[in-house]
Design a protein around this ligand. Structure first.
Ligand code: FAD
Length: 324
């Protein structure tokens, strides 16, 4: 699988851009905000809610962050006007985290502030291990400034993640809101699990821990052994779709959120499973990326994790395994 993925990635520079564009269309809402809004309006009938990502990450010059601040600000206006059930996903390095932490914080605060006025939740996507702690720290700082509409993502493959969950719950108690995923970045074996089974087991343990500790648990995986484990674990903990969160250690339920948990999917991936969960009464959220930088984004994601190339080829050749 790894070799196949690496071959595809190696061939990408030789592939005409329009071919890549056709493939990317399945996974990216479009190059502008209007396409993202139109797509979400269409998908709302599937019972989905959304988290929106303006494509782009790790800027080279701090002045580039302005583009992201302005675009997210416009996005908040559009979500508010169109009344779409959506929150934001943003990448701290696009706001300058690796160039100047103070300025990045100010940039992010501008968005979190405007989002809080409009009752919109902001999730800090998690990037590679260089920014794990700085990203968690931004959440702490924002909450200490009175913004409770913020949470982050943890990557279950990292050895540190169970400690991170416990520490975040110690800090934020009922305001803890974490998206748990395997992690797209292939981290080294000194700091992370690298085998498939170990990563699945680690993810399942994180889900169990988050449910036990009262955290809002956003399960972001398309992998059936994880989804099925989560469903079992929810049942064991007394959750029932459409019923209030049964945990006494959980925070109050929040507008736009599920009752203590939700499932999250990437746009274009395993829509049939998502729709089934939604029909069963579970809150399901679709991650909607849009923006002009779709080509650089797709290239970079594939280079980081060539297995994604295999998923994409499989989705094209064997469409019944992965419905949009
Ligand atoms: P896999 O075993 O990789 O996938 C299971 C099946 O799903 C595959 O067999 C395939 O059919 C399908 N599939 C999975 N991914 C794709 C794809 N890209 N294209 C086509 N088919 C696919 N990672 C981070 O490091 N930081 C984040 O902030 C982050 N946010 C995420 C937000 C959401 C909503 C989701 C769903 C994922 C996010 N991820 C993030 C990525 C995540 O960490 C995994 O890399 C990704 O979800 C693949 O893992 P999986 O659990 O779906 O299992």
């Amino acid at each position: 699988m790894g070799l196949f993925g690496r071959i595809i990635v190696g061939l990408m520079p030789l592939t005409p851009k329009f071919v890549i564009n056709r493939v990317a269309r399945r996974y990216v809402a479009g190059s502008d905000l209007e396409s993202a809004i139109a797509l979400m309006q269409k998908m709302t009938v599937e019972g989905a809610c959304f988290t929106i990502d303006v494509l782009g990450e790790e800027i080279q010059n701090i002045s580039e962050a302005r583009y992201f601040v302005d675009e997210y600000s416009r996005l908040i206006d559009e979500i508010t006007v169109s009344k779409i059930d959506a929150n934001l996903s943003l990448k701290p390095t696009a706001f300058g985290l690796l160039i100047n932490e103070e300025i990045a914080l100010e940039n992010i605060e501008e968005i979190v502030h405007k989002a809080s006025i409009n009752n919109i939740f902001v999730r800090l996507d998690m990037e590679n291990h260089r920014v794990t702690q700085p990203t968690i720290d931004i959440v702490y700082k924002m909450q200490s400034r009175g913004y409770y509409n913020i949470g982050t993502v943890l990557q279950s493959r990292l050895f540190r993640t169970t400690d991170d969950i416990t520490q975040i719950v110690d800090h934020l108690a009922g305001l803890t809101d974490i998206r748990i995923c395997k992690g797209i970045y292939l981290e080294s074996s000194d700091i992370a699990e690298t085998g498939y089974k170990e990563i699945v087991d680690a993810t399942n343990s994180c889900i169990d821990l988050m449910l036990e500790l009262g955290a809002y648990t956003a399960i972001a995986s398309h992998d059936l052994p994880i989804i099925n484990h989560a469903l079992e674990s929810l049942k064991k903990n007394g959750f029932k779709p459409g019923k209030p969160d049964p945990r006494t250690n959980a925070g109050e339920s929040r507008e736009g959120k599920g009752e203590g948990y939700e499932f999250q999917f990437l746009l274009g991936v395993r829509g049939n499973i998502r729709r089934k969960l939604s029909a069963g009464g579970h809150r399901t959220r679709v991650y909607i990326p849009y923006g002009t930088r779709w080509y650089e984004y797709s290239n970079r994601r594939l280079r980081e994790n060539p297995d994604v190339a295999w998923h994409i080829v499989k989705a094209l050749l064997l469409p019944w395994t992965n419905r949009r």
